[in-house]
Design a binder for this molecule. Structure first.
Ligand SMILES: NC(=O)c1ccc[n+]([C@@H]2O[C@H](COP(=O)([O-])OP(=O)(O)OC[C@H]3O[C@@H](n4cnc5c(N)ncnc54)[C@H](O)[C@@H]3O)[C@@H](O)[C@H]2O)c1
Length: 314
């Protein structure tokens, strides 16, 4: 990317956004992060705040005001959304607004500036999949009124907004992240890796809902950001799955975290409704279109995550 790029990152103070801002600045870009700090943390950006090429605008992307006055924008990455199941079930209306109005506002900014946009959808658009692994052509098995529907259906609407913009001439791409993890996922955000790491470091029990037999495929955040920037550099619409093809049961993940943390124990707790039983991306398209695949071994990524949590959270 050239040094003259001005990249707007919505959700820039969040987990993925903070890593993305850092990577874009490292490549000589100017970055404006827009975040309402509803689930993000200023601390994620503390090392960037004094840099003249970086600005954090605290604003809500569901209002066009958040994007007013932004000029000479070359790229837009739309990440702003309450992302963890804990956050999006606690804030279902905010989730629907961020995925609908927020996506439209971000895409309109890109359209006005003739900029390239990439929006983050989610592997959740596949719901509890009946096709395994999930290719991008699979249309999913979601519940429009279930407990997670604000997020799953909101992300499907985000993709529809991107497709509509794509058809009418905006340069937009869609990525579908599959369980990204790493530093800057705070212990209380309710996601499986951060919850397990925090519980293990505190010597507590790691709860295995539904027996821990459900599977996830986890991608380390540095790998994910490489895929996301490759998508930003391309003119592809996608959608493109970005994740690891290495699948692990939640029970085995818990045991790995306990081993690396050196403390903690597992406990089987009652089942939850609408639990996704399997999740693994087919990443053929990412390899073909972007030359990308995940490479960080899970053991290394979990060790980095635990190191960060020990250091930063104490
Ligand atoms: N982390 C994952 O495993 C994963 C998986 C699938 C999809 N995604 C998607 O990637 C994106 C980033 O996820 P994340 O894991 O970094 O989540 P995150 O919650 O850490 O970051 C989201 C950021 O958006 C901000 N935000 C939320 N609503 C906003 C609004 N209305 N206006 C301005 N800012 C707002 C939050 O304050 C936060 O900083 C999300 O769109 C999420 O749905 C993430």
């Amino acid at each position: 990317m050239s040094i003259r790029n001005h990249i707007v990152v919505t959700g820039g103070a969040g987990f993925i956004g903070s890593h993305l801002c850092r990577a874009l600045l490292a490549h000589g870009n100017r970055v404006t992060a827009i975040d309402n700090l509803s689930t993000g943390h200023r601390e994620n950006l503390s090392d960037l705040q004094a840099r003249p090429e970086f600005r954090l605008a605290v604003a809500d992307v569901t209002s066009p005001v958040a994007f007013a006055g932004l000029a000479e924008v070359t790229h837009v990455v739309h990440l702003a959304c309450p992302a963890s199941p804990k956050a999006n079930t606690a804030m279902p209306l905010e989730t629907i607004r961020a995925t609908s109005l927020g996506t439209l506002n971000a895409l309109e900014l890109a359209h006005r500036n003739h900029a390239r946009a990439v929006i983050a959808s989610s592997s959740e658009i596949y719901g509890d999949p009946q096709v395994h692994p999930q290719t991008e052509d699979y249309r999913g098995n979601t519940n429009p009124i279930g407990p997670y529907s604000a997020y799953t259906e909101g992300k499907r609407l985000s993709e529809a907004a991107a497709a509509a913009h794509h058809r009418t001439g905006t340069n937009v791409g869609v990525v579908r992240p599959f369980n990204v993890y790493g530093p800057n996922m705070w212990p209380d955000d309710g996601r499986v890796v951060s919850s397990f790491c925090a519980a293990a470091l505190a010597g507590q029990t790691l709860q295995l809902h539904n027996g821990g037999t459900q599977t996830r495929s986890l991608v380390y955040v540095a790998d994910f950001v490489t895929g996301l920037t490759a998508m930003l550099d391309s003119d592809e619409f996608g959608p493109v799955n970005l994740g690891s093809e290495n699948e692990i049961t939640v029970g085995d993940l818990a045991r790995l975290v306990i081993e690396l943390a050196g403390s903690g124990a597992v406990e089987v707790s009652p089942g939850r409704s609408d639990v996704v039983t399997v999740r693994r991306p087919d990443t053929t398209r990412a390899r073909k279109l972007l030359g990308w695949e995940a490479s960080t071994p899970l053991r290394d990524g979990i060790a980095h995550t635990l190191d960060w949590m020990r250091r930063v959270v104490g």
